[in-house]
Design a protein around this ligand. Structure first.
Ligand code: DC
Length: 228
């Protein structure tokens, strides 16, 4: 499938726990647009590498694996379903360990290059909301509206703690906070596509904003951009 640059794209970038996943899914639903969870691609890649016994620093093997990965998102933003080789891995890829593995493979330039076109292929009518770290800077630099969501590391750790508790998978708050800080550091300091806002992104600090308020702000800004 070819990507079509006349199709509108909205990018939502930011660190994990900033609320970008929830917000961008809600925005995609409101607009009736497709949804790309680009982090899931890196998470699935880390999982597939583990299954095949490929080390998370074997750049050439990982890039080859990334290029041929059979990954599908049957829910298109309406849930967490992700298929790897036709098998449901939606739950498995959203663990702390899978996130740490994703962050490692995501630091490798050849891996990012192998996934670039695959991400652009999600740009299909009537439009796309793309969630990640480099959606506005690298993957869709010509996006129609760009957002960068942030929140303090402590608030993001609290959200993650609550989320894990709801799933019955408790972890100590201090460990979650340390993990978030380590991941932020790795994502922001890597040489390729580091986590940073695009120059033309609207930055929204969600530390003290709830989800509906953030969604409304994003939607209002998109309406302004698409119909100025
Ligand atoms: O959004 P997430 O937590 O599912 O992302 C998992 C990891 O993948 C994260 O540590 C950084 C990496 N990632 C990336 O480098 N580029 C993206 N566009 C999305 C995720």
């Amino acid at each position: 499938m070819m990507s079509d640059i006349s199709v509108p794209v909205i990018t939502v970038d930011g660190p994990s726990g900033s609320g970008k996943g929830t917000i961008s899914q809600a925005v995609a639903r409101e607009l009736g647009f497709h949804f790309l969870d680009s982090g899931a691609l890196y998470r699935v890649l880390a999982l597939a590498a583990r299954q095949r016994g490929i080390a998370l620093d074997d750049e050439a093997a990982l890039a080859e694996l990334a290029a041929g990965l059979d990954i599908r998102f049957p829910a298109d933003g309406e849930g967490d379903s992700v298929l790897l080789d036709g098998r449901e891995v939606g739950g498995e890829i959203r663990t702390e360990a899978a996130g740490a593995g994703a962050s490692k493979v995501a630091a490798l330039p050849a891996v990012r290059a192998a996934l670039l076109q695959r991400q652009r292929d999600f740009r299909q009518p009537p439009g796309l909301v793309a969630d990640g770290r480099d959606m506005g800077t690298v993957v869709f630099p010509d996006a129609d509206a760009k957002f960068f969501l942030t929140a303090s590391a402590e608030e993001r750790a609290r959200r993650r703690y609550k989320q894990l508790k709801e799933k019955g998978k408790e972890a100590p708050y201090e460990a979650i906070l340390a993990d978030i800080q380590a991941r932020d550091e790795r994502d922001a300091s890597r040489a390729v596509a580091p986590l940073k806002p695009a120059e033309d992104a609207e930055i929204i600090d969600t530390t003290s904003l709830d989800i509906p308020t953030t969604v409304s702000r994003v939607l209002a800004a998109i309406k302004n951009r698409l119909n100025p």
